[in-house]
Design a protein around this ligand. Structure first.
Ligand SMILES: [Zn+2]
Length: 268
């Protein structure tokens, strides 16, 4: 029983030669009991809702959001707001996991810093308004990300593909957020991540693939798929000196705790 807290099924299916049902069947066979399809822009937010709807009852939830590398002008932000409000008040509400992925990416810098910050703040406030958790992406921008989360009083969420050291981990924990580790934690040279992944308390730990990116050892370099997450769970169990089933159970419980929110704070 494994949870994948962050995957891009749409990007994983692109040029893969496999069908949606094969991908999900594979995940099921490997014991994946729940996964979140993460959106990166308006188009993928719509796809994510449809995807989760097509597979309702199979543990697939979805997010609505704009990635810091995606365009986020006034038009896109208003469209996201409308989409999220509709989703949160319609039939899909029970499948809507959170808002994101949003945040800051100063490594790629595909959008200006100003655009990224504005979009991030907008999505923090949208998540608060809807009572939904926030899915945060932060790359080469940890201090700035934490400052905005503090200032905007982000209430709950996940820092996905956690990229920082123990100090950063502590600050994220102090905010009340969960930390989700991706396949790059299994890389031999990722010693900083090994340290932070040993440090995070079990009740704040999540695991993800971020498929199709960051496939874990021993499938590193391949296009990542949700069922490869088993390798990351095994690695974390060994790193932390805890039984695999204990880690899997804890991540499952953490995930259920985050997902049990009710979409009830809607003010249209
Ligand atoms: Zn992602």
């Amino acid at each position: 029983m494994y949870i994948d807290s962050h995957a891009h099924f749409d990007l994983t299916l692109e040029d893969s030669g496999i069908t949606e049902s094969m991908l999900l069947e594979n995940a099921r066979e490997h014991g994946i009991s729940g996964a979140v399809q993460i959106a990166i822009d308006i188009g993928s937010s719509r796809w994510s809702l449809d995807f989760a709807g097509r597979h309702a009852g199979k543990g697939i939830l979805f997010s609505a959001g704009i990635h810091p590398s995606s365009p986020a002008g006034e038009g896109e932000l208003r469209e996201l707001e409308k989409f999220a409000l509709d989703a949160a008040s319609g039939d899909a509400a029970k499948l809507l996991f959170g808002i994101g992925e949003c945040g800051l990416d100063f490594y790629r810098m595909r959008q200006s810093r100003e655009t990224q910050e504005r979009s991030f703040r907008f999505q923090i406030s949208l998540a608060s308004r809807l009572g939904l958790p926030l899915i945060v992406h932060s790359r080469d921008a940890m201090d700035e990300t934490l400052a905005i989360l503090h200032e905007a009083r982000a209430a709950s969420g996940i820092m996905h593909c956690f990229p920082g050291d123990r100090n950063a981990a502590k600050k994220v924990l102090d905010l009340g957020f969960y930390l989700s580790f991706a396949g790059n934690v299994t890389y031999r040279t990722a010693t900083v991540l090994h340290d932070s992944a040993s440090y995070v308390p079990l009740d704040r730990l999540l695991v993800e693939t971020d498929a199709p990116f960051l496939a874990p050892v021993p499938v590193r370099g391949k296009k990542n798929r949700p069922h490869y997450i088993v390798h990351t769970y095994r690695y974390l169990a060994e790193l932390r000196g805890e039984p695999l089933d204990r880690i899997a159970r804890a991540v499952h419980d953490n995930f259920m705790e985050i997902a049990k929110h009710e979409v009830k704070k809607i003010q249209v």
